[in-house]
Design a protein around this ligand. Structure first.
Ligand SMILES: [Zn+2]
Length: 497
């Protein structure tokens, strides 16, 4: 069963969970939101909650029937990064000592502790510069954060509570992991569990990176692959969203196979806008989201293999791999090169794999369908196959949404015909595939669209509308043989099964 949870930041614990009145209000809100779990944070922005209050809050929520975990946000540390005030300098011994103290206290209270995605550093101060030797700052940050994680987080936590599981949450901004010290291979190996950031927020909001909605799915499913059983859930927030984009974050998180959705955070959702409007929308959508999880959770994500190598940041075409979904390409995120794939889309995110040229040549010999980005071909010196469009996002990935219809169709057909299907739809319509017999369509446009989906090579059983989100939307489905004609309203999801 898919779980929903929220987080009380350390500031919120301090303000809301000290008094009986505050506790009652928080418990009531969590019950109204039908949450099964809460995270009680012990540290954020330099505020370190005393152990007695953490225990009191834990016991009270447990008595009300909630699962209760801890959380830590490493901000407001004794020495901040010289490049960003919310980041820490981890070369500074008092920072390391405080980290160990935070995890000793938090693990003493909770059997599971999540770390918000501030566990990185971009510090290039004199002390860091001296400590790095002749390593690049990127390699230094990666080594430093990994060694610090083992010594100041995992060891103290496990010493004080051998049962404690520490969760590292990887951010949504996957092109800066290595540079800033998120070492996803070594850290995934050493941490007990991992988590995915799926907070794409409003795609038009310049400030937050203009991420496409489908990046939430891409990162969620990629982290599940990375974790090999260790990835538990996804985490998103309401900042800059409208209710439709907020609900789309929830849908992508579930489609990407999260076992749990963490709604950050109580305070932003309960007393601020747009969180309050988003919460109202989510409560209404909740039975549908539960159903979406029920339908998809035990089915394999299949489709066009789109690999992104862990711990290698693409220097150009950044974040391109999460845009393919917006073009209706049914993406299957991968951490490795899949030698069994029927079709593969290779961009800058795949350039770092050793022997990637050998992979391409071997896959061509096998007769797999391959497509490439412009940078991939330029760097590897490979040629595209005759008649296959090359993905060229230029300076702005969003420009791909204006690809001429004929080009878009040629690209999609090349990649999906080997999978036994053909899609006709405008851009900003996504298609996700589960096993051989379930298709999920999503319209991210603010207008209704007509979709034609030919499932000539997939499971022949007749599809019906298994679920529509939101449930008050009217979707029409017509079938001719194995071709389906779908009229999908704006900002709507439909499951064919
Ligand atoms: Zn430093």
């Amino acid at each position: 069963m898919h779980l929903f949870s929220t987080l009380f930041t350390a500031q919120s614990v301090d303000r809301d969970l000290r008094t009986e009145e505050g506790l009652q209000r928080c418990i009531a809100w969590c019950k109204e939101s039908k949450l099964q779990k809460v995270y009680i944070e012990s540290f954020r922005n330099g505020l370190f909650i005393e152990q007695e209050l953490l225990e009191k809050a834990r016991d009270r929520f447990q008595a009300e029937g909630f699962l209760v975990h801890g959380c830590v946000t490493p901000t407001g540390l004794p020495k901040v990064s010289n490049n960003w005030k919310d980041g820490g300098c981890y070369s500074y011994p008092p920072t390391q000592e405080l980290m160990a103290a935070i995890f000793r206290r938090t693990a003493a209270v909770f059997d599971t502790v999540m770390i918000d995605d501030f566990l990185f550093t971009d510090c290039t101060c004199e002390e860091c510069d001296k400590a790095r030797g002749e390593r690049s700052f990127a390699d230094f940050h990666a080594d430093l954060m990994h060694e610090m994680s083992v010594r100041c987080i995992l060891r103290p936590a496990h010493e004080v509570n051998p049962k404690c599981k520490v969760i590292i949450k990887y951010p949504l901004w996957y092109e800066n992991f290595h540079k800033n010290g998120y070492e996803t291979v070594r850290q995934t190996r050493d941490f007990d569990l991992i988590w995915a950031g799926t907070e794409t927020r409003e795609p038009d909001a310049e400030r937050w990176g203009r991420y496409p909605q489908t990046q939430g799915f891409y990162m969620m499913a990629w982290d599940v692959k990375l974790g090999k059983g260790k990835c538990m859930g996804g985490w998103f927030d309401p900042y800059t969203t409208t209710p439709p984009t907020y609900l789309e974050q929830a849908r992508q998180t579930i489609l990407g196979h999260a076992k749990e959705t963490m709604l950050f955070c109580f305070r932003s959702l309960e007393e601020e806008q747009p969180g309050m409007d988003d919460t109202a929308a989510l409560r209404k959508e909740r039975p549908g989201l539960d159903e979406l999880a029920y339908l998809t959770e035990n089915k394999a994500i299949v489709g066009v293999s789109v690999p992104k190598q862990p711990d290698v940041d693409a220097a150009e075409e950044r974040y391109l791999s999460s845009f393919y979904g917006m073009l209706g390409i049914p993406v299957c995120p991968e951490t490795e090169l899949d030698e069994g794939a029927k079709s593969v889309l290779l961009g800058a995110q795949a350039l770092g794999y050793p022997g990637v040229r050998d992979y391409v040549l071997a896959m061509r010999e096998k007769g797999a369908a391959l497509a490439y980005s412009k940078a991939f071909l330029r760097v590897t010196g490979l040629d595209a196959q005759e008649g296959v469009p090359v993905v060229d996002p230029g300076e702005d990935n969003w420009s791909l949404m204006d690809m001429p219809e004929a080009t878009l169709n040629a690209l999609r057909d090349h990649l999906t015909l080997p999978l036994g299907l053909k899609l006709r739809a405008p851009s900003r319509v996504a298609l996700n595939l589960y096993d051989n017999d379930m298709e999920v369509l999503q319209n991210f446009n603010d207008f209704d669209v007509d979709i034609e989906l030919d499932l000539f090579g997939r499971d022949p059983k007749a599809r019906a509308l298994a679920l529509v989100l939101s449930k008050d939307k009217q979707v029409s489905l017509r079938r001719e043989g194995r071709r389906y004609f779908v009229k999908l309203p704006a900002r709507t999801l439909a499951v064919l099964f």
